[in-house]
Write a protein that binds this ligand. Structure first.
Ligand SMILES: [Zn+2]
Length: 463
């Protein structure tokens, strides 16, 4: 027995514990984890991704070095609910050359210079005509904007306002060496089997070119999460999707309607590496376990944070929470998209994301999942007055340290509210204590036969 009053226990019936905060936090170094994520972000940063094409494929293949991701290919023209899988876009090179044959705009320097999904062009034209196809950010004259034209065939270049101001009135050679042809939409899927067929969905978009917080931070967090979850016992199965935004989520949902009922909880991960506070956006339901678990963990995290109500605008939670799908899927981000000037510009670069922020996001996400993994209902087997905890070695042995009282208070709450109706998360919320303290108390009480678990993990064939 330790002098701290924290009682080491394990589940005697199977000797197995699900992902829990006590275990994963043991030796957990958020900054080191964040540096791993930065390494992956740095590797993927130069690739010209889009909603289809070889940049997306190359990104997913590199992720296969970390987890056994399966690549799926859906042909152009496939009907997916109200949408159609578009033509596949690929690009090799693009530039604008001046009369001296100098590349004044060069895709090789930044893939953001070309409007994503630009049709091929090979022409000479005057500055006036060229200008109709140029996009800048006058408020941030050094930044390149990020523009796309997925569903309207057009072309264009993006450049810093300062660079535009320097263009002479002369004839330019314009080249976009791209193809827009029948092909496939590619996405990556990784299914991690748990003890039950009930699933937690982890989804991130992988369709943005050289942008770090918007897309790469979510990808890196999902990979770190998958690696952690692989190594622990899991009650839930986990399905990871690395998909092009909007069309990828719609495509997956349209082609996997038979799997939707198994998805009990989920998170969209994006924009988790900037310096801002964590923001959790609730699912459409608003009171799903994922919503409550996220709010609980953030409240006890000691970090500034915000809980956002659901709205039908944002990332792929829009599709997962559409009324005919209505999954319990929330979104974890830091500063919400569109509310920081670097959003969708070249300033969302490697300097904009931080190892400590990424590591913190991983810790919070793991703790949210640990709540889901361990939440359940117990019944107090000694409900007429309090059981005598001291006789069982469950009460403070020698005069208390400060944290000795925490687990005792947690035990009193668990015993009092375990009437088969209140889950551990209900008890954590009502007591104001951290879920992990409640879980540890329940574990100790169960081991001493003062509680009976009312929930079971029945292994079932999944998929
Ligand atoms: Zn975006």
């Amino acid at each position: 027995m330790s002098g701290t009053g924290i009682i080491p226990t394990s589940f005697p019936e199977n000797g197995r514990k699900y992902l829990n905060a006590q275990d994963f936090q043991n030796g957990f170094d958020p900054v080191a984890e964040g540096h791993e994520m930065i390494r992956l972000i740095t590797e993927l940063y130069p690739i010209c991704r889009s909603i289809t094409g070889d940049g997306l494929r190359e990104t997913l293949r590199r992720l296969q070095r970390h987890i056994p991701l399966e690549l799926r290919e859906v042909p152009t023209g496939t009907q997916v609910f109200d949408w159609t899988v578009p033509k596949e876009w690929n690009i090799r090179d693009a530039y604008v050359k001046n009369a001296k044959n100098e590349r004044v705009i060069d895709f090789q320097k930044s893939n953001l210079h070309v409007v994503n999904y630009s049709v091929p062009v090979q022409r000479r034209m005057a500055l006036a005509e060229l200008k109709e196809h140029l996009f800048t950010l006058p408020a941030h004259p050094d930044w390149i904007p990020y523009r796309t034209s997925y569903y309207k065939e057009s072309w264009g270049f993006c450049l810093p306002q300062k660079q535009l101001a320097g263009l002479q009135d002369e004839e330019y050679e314009v080249c976009i060496d791209s193809t827009l042809e029948n092909g496939h939409l590619t996405y990556g899927e990784y299914f991690l089997q748990g003890e039950t067929r009930e699933e937690v969905l982890i989804s991130c978009h992988a369709c943005h070119p050289s942008l770090c917080n918007d897309n790469l931070s979510g990808i890196a967090l999902a990979i770190s999460l998958a690696l952690r979850l692989q190594s622990v016992s899991r009650r839930y199965s986990y399905r990871f999707l690395f998909i092009p935004g909007t069309i990828g989520a719609i495509t997956w949902l349209a082609k996997n309607e038979d799997k939707i009922a198994n998805i009990k909880q989920g998170l969209v991960l994006t924009g988790v590496g900037d310096a801002g506070a964590l923001h959790y956006k609730k699912s459409r339901k608003g009171t799903a376990d994922i919503d409550r678990a996220a709010a609980h963990v953030l409240k006890h995290s000691g970090q500034s944070h915000e809980i956002l109500e659901f709205s039908p605008y944002g990332y792929d939670e829009r599709q997962y929470c559409s009324p005919g799908i209505n999954l319990s899927v929330g979104r974890l981000s830091r500063t919400p998209h569109g509310t920081f000037p670097e959003y969708h510009t070249s300033a969302d670069n490697l300097e904009f994301v931080h190892a400590d922020k990424l590591g913190e996001a991983l810790a919070v996400t793991l703790e949210i999942l640990a709540v889901l993994e361990n939440n359940g209902t117990f019944v107090n087997l000694n409900s007429k007055c309090e059981p005598q905890l001291g006789r069982r070695g469950l009460y403070r042995m020698v005069g208390g340290t400060a944290d000795a009282g925490i687990s005792e208070m947690a035990m009193l709450w668990v015993l009092n509210l375990s009437d088969g109706k209140n889950s551990l998360l209900d008890i954590a919320e009502r007591s104001g204590l951290r879920f992990e303290a409640i879980r540890q108390a329940a574990e100790a009480l169960e081991e001493h036969k003062l509680l009976r678990r009312e929930w079971k993990s029945v292994p079932q064939a999944a998929r």
